[in-house]
Design a protein around this ligand. Structure first.
Ligand SMILES: [Zn+2]
Length: 486
């Protein structure tokens, strides 16, 4: 997938993104049907989302809360009054013949998203034009019946927000960074699972090209059918190369919708003339204007959790962690919470970071589990760190204790006792293992006792293995050395 697409020099890419995000509500935007993903076709429907005559929409208050929280987390101003509008178009999976959306009076406007730093070390901030609420359409299913299209209306009426950015991005990588940052914020706030595979986060990209130094925007195209962030980056690079080659030859970019064809690695014009849509928007007569009082907006603001950027700088400051550790540990709110629990209860942030990254994440990657289902809770991992610090369990034995904790969910003291992994520094026990090792390896023993000192490390290794890592390595070294001198 690392196809390098090169565009002619002297051109600048201009990108703006439209992101649709399904809100994590139990029921749909305007009726009581379930939003459950993956149910049998058309079971989650009712007269409202089937658009039967006379059925009236009722706005889902939880959807308004989630949309407002998302808008505030993106630094938007929430409008005290916004208006639902009908966006009219014909499509088989849109039974009403229109989608309830918002048009000239959206829920929120004028936000911003910081996506990192440019080569000069200045922060890059992308403007958020607007966040508005709307409903999802149903799904056309093309692979169920040969030669026919089936319609599944379970998704019709699922609440969405659309987040529209300013054309502030200048590269495919910046677009990728914007999307990853946006997704992380929305996940921290808990408004959506943002799962692109289930379609709960969808991206359309507007891209144009202009001569370097030019202020006026070129003609843009809209690229659709983007099912992963890496495909967004790939499709933008392809479309930018196509546009600039066309412009270099003296051609003109036509404003149109392009589809990314992942299998063939090309961007091609969509067969439908989507660019020429006239949606004939008008206010939705069945819904009153959405009026949000200052108290509600204030409550939504104070209900926001600590956002990723704030958490990153606090982790770097409070726990004195390096950039890599901070990036990994803040990659999800759940992981950050887990690490903080371990750090607080063990009083050792560095050890907590190491164990969370090298132990917990490795185990989760191997099992494919979610951290919420992880057997080793922060208090148990903190207890293990304390056992190591107090010298009760050695470093290599601690890894085995941890593996057993992951398997059984038992407390570290229990595991260490049961598995014989409590550090042994008792001379008699250590001498016993040394005697056994020397007897089992007579050739090495003879050479070592005759003065071949470099064999000491090998023999200590045998003792550690025999003791399953529980022997006090320092003492084993001392006892062996005294044996050689004696
Ligand atoms: Zn319904």
């Amino acid at each position: 997938m690392s196809t390098m697409v090169s565009a002619p020099a002297g051109w600048e890419m201009v990108v703006g993104l439209e992101v649709h995000v399904q809100l994590r509500t139990r029921t749909k935007a305007f009726c009581n049907c379930s939003t459950e993903y993956g149910a049998a076709p058309n079971v989650n429907t009712c007269p409202v989302c089937l658009a039967l005559p006379g059925a009236l929409p009722v706005l889902n208050a939880h959807a308004v809360e989630l949309a407002t929280r998302a808008a505030l987390a993106l630094g938007c101003t929430v409008n005290p009054m916004s208006v639902f509008a009908r966006k009219n178009y014909f499509y088989p999976d849109l039974p009403k013949g229109y989608q309830i959306s918002q048009f000239d009076k959206p829920l929120a406007e004028h936000g911003r998203l910081k996506i990192g730093t440019n080569a000069e070390g200045t922060g890059i901030t992308v403007g958020i034009t607007r966040v508005h609420m709307e409903e999802d359409a149903g799904k056309s299913v093309h692979d169920r019946y040969a030669g026919a299209t089936a319609i599944d209306l379970n998704r019709a009426g699922v609440p969405l927000i659309e987040i529209v950015s300013e054309p502030d991005m200048r590269s495919a990588e910046a677009a990728g960074a914007y999307l990853r940052t946006l997704k992380l914020i929305l996940q921290y706030v808990g408004i959506s699972d943002c799962d692109m595979e289930k379609g709960s986060l969808r991206v359309d990209a507007n891209v144009s090209a202009r001569r370097a130094g030019e202020v006026k925007l070129g003609t843009k195209t809209e690229v659709k059918n983007l099912n992963s962030f890496s495909n967004v980056e790939r499709a933008l690079a392809l479309e930018f190369a196509r546009q600039t080659e066309l412009l270099e030859r003296g051609g003109r970019v036509e404003q149109q919708t392009m589809l990314f064809d992942q299998a063939r690695g090309v961007v091609r014009p969509s067969r439908t003339k989507e660019g020429s849509h006239d949606y004939r928007y008008f206010p939705e007569p069945d819904l009153p204007p959405l009026v949000l009082d200052a108290g509600f907006i204030e409550r939504m603001q104070t209900s926001l959790p600590e956002l990723p950027e704030a958490r990153r700088s606090r982790f770097a400051g409070d726990y004195a962690l390096g950039e890599y550790d901070v990036d990994v540990l803040t990659s999800s709110a759940e992981l950050a919470d887990y690490f903080e629990g371990v750090a607080r209860q063990s009083g050792d942030a560095k050890a907590a970071a190491n164990w969370t990254i090298n132990g917990v994440l490795t185990a989760l990657n191997a099992s494919g589990d979610d951290i919420d289902a992880f057997r080793v809770r922060p208090a148990d991992l903190a207890a293990l760190i304390t056992l190591v610090r107090d010298g009760v369990v050695g470093h290599s034995a601690a890894k085995q204790v941890f593996a057993e904790m992951v398997r059984t969910g038992d407390r570290p003291e229990q595991v260490a006792q049961r598995e014989g992994l409590v550090r042994v520094d008792d001379d008699a026990a250590l001498r016993g293992w040394i005697d056994e090792v020397l007897a089992e390896h007579p050739a090495e023993a003879q050479r070592y006792l005759a003065g071949e000192k470099k064999l000491q490390g090998v023999l200590v290794g045998f003792v550690m293995k025999k003791s399953k890592g529980s022997a006090d390595a320092k003492k084993v070294n001392q006892l062996l050395a005294s044996r050689a001198q004696g």
